[in-house]
Design a protein around this ligand. Sequence first.
Ligand SMILES: [Zn+2]
Length: 225
Amino acid sequence: MFIGHYGIALGAKRLAPRTSLGTLVLAAEFVDALWPIFLMAGVEHVRIAPGITRVSPLDFYDYPISHSLLTGIGWAAAFGLIYFARRRYARGAWVAAALVLSHWLLDALVHRPDMPLTPHGRVVGLGLWNSLAATVVAEGGLLVLGLVLYLRTTTARDSIGRWAFWTLIVLLSAIWVSSLRGTPPPSLRALEWTALSLWITVPWAWWADRHRDARQPLARPAATS
Ligand SMILES: [Zn+2]
């Protein structure tokens, strides 16, 4: 899954308004942010296999540290604890931990059965990526839902809050739409660097979010006497 993770991060702002969108994006994408590092270090492996699913041309045959459910629970706990130690915002820590874990659940929805429960244990996956329509509905739906929730929670304070935010959304949407064609990456190196480059979305989201304010709660209608 790609843009659906960002959708969940956007929507989570509603639950933890004091947590930066940068943190929420990092949490939702955390295991995908680790993945290219593990690939480059040679501890995880992927194969380019055009047509293996309708949408993704990748055979994820070995990613036990980043993408098993068990290690996912560990990453979630670590992320939540470190966030709490730094910010002392319990709500934000719980939401961030839930986002880290949500990554595995959402990936298990779209991946073919290649998502391990334990590092080298049973694999699961519902395989939504085998259908373009199902992928678009699931991922696009999460993006739209997240956007609506985020925009109902924050409002731009200045032009950076507006343009930095919307250019990020447009860029992510463009990457997502072009990925739907299932074109394989030219090489594993290119894939690793592309995946690594997505780290840029974390400071970008943090920057845009810093230029946005919480929307004032709606004033209660005056009681009529
Ligand atoms: Zn993933």
